[in-house]
Design a protein around this ligand. Sequence first.
Ligand code: ADP
Ligand code: NA
Length: 330
Amino acid sequence: DARPRVLSGIQPTADSFHLGNYLGAVRNWVSLQETHDAFYCVVDLHAITAGHDPKMLRARTRNGVAQLLGLGLDPERCTLFVQSHVPEHAQLAWIMNCLTGMGEASRMTQFKDKSSKQGAERATVGLFTYPILQAADILLYQADAVPVGEDQRQHLELTRDLAQRFNSTFGKTFTLPAPYIPKAAAKITDLQEPTAKMSKSASTPNGLIELMEDPKRIAKKIRSAVTDTGRDIVFDQENKPGVANLLTILAAFTDRSVEEIVPGYEGKGYGDLKKDVADAVIAFAEPMQQRVKLFQDDPAQLDKLLSTGAEKARSVASVTLARAYDRVGF
Ligand code: ADP
Ligand code: NA
């Protein structure tokens, strides 16, 4: 495959992916499989850095894969796998750990944020080295590009630094990955707190739309989304972040721009907009949920897809790891 290679991963840390995960990341993965040699993984090694329940992790990993399939990833068009099925990730991560300075790792702002939430003493060493495992994920596949959000830029910088350091110390082994900032990625905010990003760690469940939840609940959440006391439907992220978020969601699901949508609401109210948003989200979520269910109801088929995916991933990862081992002196 001569097309540029991309690698991206998502953590199985919730029962359902949410609207932000789809519109900000996975939707773009679906289009990249047409133009790129795309590798996508459910990163279960990353998911144990902050404590977990084994049964739940296993279920969420499998459901995560089923959801990615339901969202449009096609194992004929991309390599879809589970990180722990490819032991080379942990093996390369060890080498990268030994190339990373303590000071360098300590400067990662995501660790600072997450560890201060967990309590500095309780945060694990795994959480601390998380970005180094992420570097290994990317470098194993010699990825040319990595679709990243703003929050992941610093980690990609570290990945590039480590690749460069390894190459100059031991000989050229790794491709330096470039950030790929997708045009179409939308940032979705919390329905109840529209200045904060929609996140699985939402402060109230009503702020979060999970793709797998009951369509009736989705509609209810959208109807009770926080807007503002005005009446006009205009796109103004600063003064009307709730309305702007609803317009962003509607634009994404109807393949139109916000500019195309806004004039249609002249003389209409927030209720009309909310109804249209709910209809659009449900028109997407319902058939998606049915596709996910087909995969969930056929565990043998899912197993087969997963073992094929792991095999495809390993055929690349094992070559890279063997070269790295050789260069290092193993
Ligand atoms: P969460 O913030 O819910 O923990 P993750 O960090 O697991 O989500 O994000 C997985 C992917 O989804 C990342 O690529 C991230 O950039 C994207 N993403 C998460 N939340 C949003 C959002 N509200 N808007 C757009 N993209 C998002
Ligand atoms: Na995040």
